[in-house]
Design a protein around this ligand. Structure first.
Ligand code: ASP
Length: 453
């Protein structure tokens, strides 16, 4: 028998209707043996997530405001699901225990974690799976940092005793104590990944409310194609540019163990979703995997004649940035030019002037130009930069769309081409790049290439 680990996000456990779908999904495949759940999320726009309500409760307690009303809203959500689905489980004693701990002055992490705790207790009973608490298994140090090896050993040992189990996401405990610690928001993704690694899963299925990643932001490109497969490295590039469906820390446990992640849609289980893998399958001819970007960067272009002969020039620029506590994104270089690309959030009022003054005085350039309204766009796809004609196609499409490219940074990786355009050209540029690799012309090219191979 194989083993699959499933994680269901907040919207997938939001109410009885969603839990019925969850059950059908789990029961459709006997390999689906370990299930990690989030706290109930929003059922409709304007609704509240249980985790937000728990944090609100804690704020009320800390400010000596009666918390009962909010707490009642929370427990009503679980009780309604229990009643609606006729689940035989004792929630009352759990509510009472939480209330007692609140009265005894529990921590914010403890209270926040109860959303996932109650969710897992309920789902375990509904599926007839064992409930396995992650307290004592997922372990953190005293500064709240995950201890991955201790966690892996403990999860492995415990789960070996359970053929099928439901576990709460989002939290664990501080090593050798019973102090609850939570991950950052969205952290149930990390729990799922840790469980998948511990049981050496064949796949980590991450069930959410979208059918995987799309090749571009649907607010910019109409009906973008879904990404059926992407590598971890490509995903990292796209997430860095803001296209994200997973918690950042969810990748590393499974990636190291070579376990693929499959992003799936609870509301459309028939969709195959996106498969995230270590390497790309041989048979794919796709050039572009995705395009994403962000607005609001500043590019400082520094020009100095014979710069390439001057030892320590770049180090001095970086020292200036370090001394002023400014982090940068990229530094594309030319023969006599160096550009520094910095996110505008790094340059609050006056900071840019400090950087420019220091550059002027300490490195004595021939000229410095500054553009503070630049958007960065990454066209991501393994092998795209070495594929003949790719850049030509990309830049022709941009020229045809009337987009002036202000900066190009291909780096040494073969994974992406990053371009800088004016903020006002951002959407136009994304559409041009997407269309350049998804037109009929592209399909014809792919067809010809596969015939040549
Ligand atoms: N319930 C937590 C949150 O809302 C964790 C999660 O859902 O992953 O952030």
């Amino acid at each position: 028998m194989g083993v699959k680990v499933l994680k269901f996000g907040g919207s997938s456990v939001a109410d009885g209707i969603q839990l019925k779908k969850l059950k059908e999904i789990v029961e459709a495949d006997p390999d689906r043996r370990y299930v990690v759940v989030s706290a109930p999320g929003k059922r409709f726009s304007g609704d509240n997530k249980v985790t937000d309500l728990l944090y609100l409760c804690k704020t009320e307690i800390d400010n000596h405001i009666p918390y009962d009303q909010v707490f009642q809203v929370i427990i009503d959500r679980y009780s309604a699901v229990k009643l609606n689905l006729g689940i035989d489980v004792d929630l009352k004693s759990r509510y009472e225990e939480i209330r007692r701990n609140i009265e005894a002055g529990c921590s914010v992490d403890y209270l926040a974690s109860r959303g996932e705790f109650l969710s897992a207790v309920l789902v375990a009973a509904y599926l007839g799976y064992d409930f396995v608490d992650t307290a004592g298994l997922i372990q953190f140090d005293s500064r709240g940092r995950l201890l991955p090896e201790e966690t892996n050993e403990a999860l492995k040992a415990e789960l070996a005793k359970h053929e099928r189990a439901v576990l709460p996401g989002f939290y664990g405990t501080q090593k050798d104590t019973d102090k609850v610690r939570v991950f950052s928001r969205g952290g149930s993704d990390v729990t799922g990944s840790l469980v998948a690694r511990a049981v050496e899963a064949d796949v980590y299925e991450n069930w959410t409310d979208v059918s995987g990643l799309l090749m571009a932001d649907p607010r910019i490109v109409e009906n973008p194609k879904p990404i059926d497969q992407i590598t971890y490295v490509e995903l990292r590039e796209l997430s860095y540019m803001g296209a994200s469906v997973l918690h950042e820390d969810a990748v590393f446990p499974v990636r190291g163990a070579n376990i693929p992640i499959n992003i799936r849609n609870t509301n459309k289980p028939e969709d195959p979703g996106t498969m995230i893998t270590t390497s790309r399958p041989e048979n794919t001819e796709r050039i572009l995997s995705g395009v994403a970007g962000n607005k609001d960067f500043t590019v400082i272009a520094i020009y100095k004649n014979m710069l390439n002969k001057e030892v320590g020039f770049i180090r001095r620029i970086l020292t200036i940035l370090e001394d002023l506590d400014v982090s940068f994104e990229h530094i594309p270089t030319g023969i006599d030019t160096v550009s520094v690309v910095i996110s505008n959030d790094q340059l609050p009022e006056g900071k840019l002037d400090d950087v420019l003054d220091a550059l002027q005085h300490q490195i004595n350039p021939d000229s410095i130009t500054v553009h503070d309204d630049i958007a960065l766009i990454a066209a991501v796809g393994i092998g795209m930069s070495r594929r003949l004609g790719t850049s030509a196609r990309l830049f022709t499409a941009l020229a045809e769309a009337g987009v002036n490219v202000r900066m190009i940074d291909q780096g040494s990786s073969e994974i992406n081409i990053i371009i800088g355009v004016l903020n006002e050209d951002f959407e136009k540029a994304i559409r041009a790049i997407y269309n350049a690799f998804n037109s009929d012309r592209d399909d014809v090219l792919k067809d010809t290439m596969s015939k040549l191979h």
